[in-house]
Ligand binder design. Structure first.
Ligand code: ZN
Length: 363
């Protein structure tokens, strides 16, 4: 039934995952057509992510093979299906990296993000990544967000995964005004977590990192204290600096899953830890029983993933529109022309210590 799904002969260009460490440009990908509740958007700006790098290096999602990479995108509505109510061609739109299948019962309980409509999770050949000339969005009225005129493309794309992930992690910390919060790992997500902690009323905000460029942006966002991995044990540094344990830690990075254990050792009785970092290796972390209060410390750990959906993303866009924070400070490199996507991906792979987040305008 290919002829019904794709307009005959219409193709598009995209940067396709071929195999482990192999990606290439193809210009014969079938251009999607919007049906029913779907929108086809034309990406204006995309951002590569460490998860794209991970997928490329490990083929973590074999369903991605033969599809374009990419999941951070803002663009223009190109075509709408017959059941789409709130979007029309020409609208400026963005989408959370966790596009959700809202027709699953889990979505009613708030866990729809684990039934993602994404090229990673789906075997549907029509669902492809956004490093392409066109991008298909199912259940568009629930997954797409309108970008207000006041919000730039760089700001919008920075929200789609970096802020939707960080803000979700910080929201679960339930920060009380004036509390001390640690942001463990200040890549792009950690820096967005600094903004979220400020907006949630944190007092002292201690960040843990190593790159000068990240410390600078963290300071501009409102971090008050700076801990460097290279200066020794981070738990000791935080406890000494603060004169005792902190109230809450959001783990956005660190060297492996043991960062979660470190975080528990930094928080006070009743302290909260959330983890938003994807610790991809098959490892185990151990918990010192004393730091865990012999199981009676009221400390909590929550593992958190990026929040999906239109309502959440439109709230984040409102924060930007009204000047509450500027996510584009994390965009350190901007490219024009989709041919720069491989270079931007390489930067995201961590070999460039001056890069926090590159973004690529497709034209
Ligand atoms: Zn991402």
């Amino acid at each position: 039934m290919v002829s019904e799904i794709y307009k005959k002969g219409e193709t598009m260009k995209g940067y396709v995952l071929e195999d482990i460490n192999q990606a290439s440009w193809r210009d014969d990908l079938p251009k999607p057509v919007a049906q029913d509740d779907e929108v086809v958007m034309q990406p204006v700006i995309v951002a590569p992510c460490t998860s794209d790098v991970h997928i490329l290096e490990t083929l973590a999602f074999p369903t991605m093979k033969g599809k374009p990479l990419g999941h951070e995108v803002a663009g223009i509505v190109h075509e709408v299906g017959s059941r789409v109510k709130d979007f029309k061609p020409g609208d400026r739109v963005a989408i959370s990296a966790a596009a959700i299948d809202w027709e699953r019962p889990e979505a009613q309980d708030g866990y729809g993000k684990y039934n993602m409509i994404s090229p990673y999770a789906s075997t549907d050949p029509r669902l492809m990544g956004c490093f392409a000339e066109y991008y298909l969005v199912p259940q568009a009225d629930l997954n797409l967000a309108h970008i207000p005129d006041e919000v730039t493309w760089e700001q919008a794309v920075a929200l789609t995964d970096m802020a939707t992930t960080a803000f979700e992690g910080v929201e679960w910390l339930e920060i009380k005004y004036g509390e001390t919060v640690v942001v463990y790992g200040i890549g792009a997500v950690g820096l967005m977590a600094v903004c979220a902690a400020v907006l949630k009323g944190a007092g002292r905000i201690i960040v843990i990192g190593s790159r000068e460029v990240s410390f600078e942006v963290a300071k501009a966002y409102g971090a008050t204290d700076f801990v460097n991995y290279r200066d020794g044990d981070v738990i000791e540094q935080v406890l000494t600096l603060n004169g005792g344990p902190v109230h809450a830690v959001v783990v956005c990075g660190g060297k492996g899953v043991s960062a979660i254990s470190d975080a528990v050792q930094m928080v006070c009785l009743g302290g909260r830890v959330t983890n938003v970092a994807g610790h991809m290796a098959d490892e185990t972390f151990t918990m010192p029983n004393i730091a865990w209060g012999f199981g009676m410390s009221d400390k909590s750990i929550r593992s958190v993933m990026c929040r999906g959906g239109r309502a959440n993303l439109e709230r984040l866009l409102a924060l930007v529109k009204y000047g509450r924070f500027d996510p584009s400070k994390i965009v350190t490199h901007v490219y024009h022309g989709m041919e720069h996507i491989p270079r931007a991906l390489e930067q995201m792979g961590g070999r460039d210590r001056t890069a926090i987040k590159p973004a690529v305008f497709l034209e």
